[in-house]
Write a new protein. Sequence first.
Length: 608
Amino acid sequence: MCGIVAYTGFREARPILLESLKRLEYRGYDSAGIALQHGGKLTVNKSAGRILNLEKKLVGISTPGTCGMSHTRWATHGAPTDQNAHPHTDASGRIALVHNGIIENYQALRTYLEHRGVEFQSETDTEVLVQLIGHFYKDDIETAVRTALRDVRGTYGIAVICSEEPGRIIAARKGSPLIIGVGDDEYVVASDAAAIIQHTTQVIYLNDGEMATVWEDGFRTTTLDAMPVTKEVTELEMTLEDIELGSHEHFMLKEIFEQPSALADCMRGRVNLEDGRIHLGGLAAHARELVRTRRLIITGCGTAWHAGLVGEYLFEELARIPTEVEYASEYRYRNPIMDPGTVLMAMSQSGETADTLAAVREAREKGALVMGIVNAVGSTIARETDAGVYLHVGPEIGVASTKAYLGQVLVLTMIALYLGRRRDLPQPILQQYLEALRKLPDHIGEITKQSDAIREVANKFKDTENWLYLGRGYNYPTALEGALKLKEISYIHAEGMPAAEMKHGPIALITKDMPVVFIATRGSQYEKVVSNIEEVLARKGRIIAVATEGDKEIAKLAEHVFYVPDVPEPLQPMVTIVPLQLLAYHAAVLRGCDVDKPRNLAKSVTVE
């Protein structure tokens, strides 16, 4: 959610911090700030709103210095104001801190400090932490941070600088990601690799309960209890080009059009037509255990949860494994039953989603085998799960997930086929699916060619404030995901549901002006979906349909039809969602919405 960048080295820090901070704008934020060390003091500037507002404040202000930090805040405690923006400083003005996460016992700590004469300048939990560090500071900032964190309950990724210790940054993490970019006589501490890639591809990942002390020519890592920790320096699996906008108007559109190549990358080395097999190296060590799975639980949040719903159909049909899909935010609080033979599969684009990570830890504590399906290599979920499969779809910058969603559904499909073949899926059937998977990138490329036609439909309905999305079977999750995309970026209220459920209440909403989007591809429930369309037509609803190429009957019923290639039913969610992504995108642009930075949303939700 919030973004952290801190720098120490031989170059002037301010331009590096601001430029790197802009690369984190996609995470979602409502204020920004910067703190710099120079001349034995700290200079702090911050502003509500976009980074542009902060830059305007800095015009004409000279802030030299080779060490500093910056932050974008997504408000939790306190409104998005200049006063509540980060960095926060202690009462002496010697110590500055930026923080991602939530300090749960901040009220008790604030009361403790107020009784000792500390006066607070903001409403935030973060200021409590920096005041606590200032309370403990004598002559060693590392010791003061370590001492303060012993009293803290909650989640945090923090960076701290002190005017009396030039060039030094203290970083610590519990539940909120932090990585350190290792350069030549310079270091960048950040919450996201996108802030680092311009400067170095060599990084170390901090684990929960670890601290790092960084200066321009070295670093050391320890536990919060001061025990030394040896960290491996790894290579980032992204390039600067991956996170550049290029010729596209928005990252979301770029990523929709990247989906053919993203799926090809996801399948590369995994789908082998010659030997008729699926190869998933991340599962190899646990293959026998997975084949014997008696119950599979898929957990995730938002779009990942929708992908999990597709997975439920896939695993039960192709692998014959009883499967449940759980909201990660609810899972850990239910005292879930984990019988022997139960496997938990955690889905997260970032690999840092706090609720999903909590579900992972709950399942591991109960002795379950835990798998991760994430996009971000080296992320916390990737490190804390027993086995897993990376999406390999490339960085996703747009807040509304597109190519990562398709990657998640594709990975679930490959795992279902991988396990299905080892259980009772016949080889000829597997071969048919492999052939169909090979054609998917081209199919999706063809669908994106309808973008202009989809824009015309979006323009027709962009001012309608209530939409309904309906689908059955494999395309029920597509209805949910299509509705979510519209809500996320155009701020239009949309509801997705199984088409059969419409009769049980929501049909009362249908009027002559309501757009009703049907996923009406040919499959096992096609005739029933057609019947549902007739029911909406009888009430004057306006039908937008996603249908199989060559289906002329749907064209007689629907006002508008987006056609998709004919693929096996279990693969349909990967083609039917693409026109709905484009529909949401164009509606948002036509309504003047900030597509890549929708209000109130964040790309990576690292607080519960």
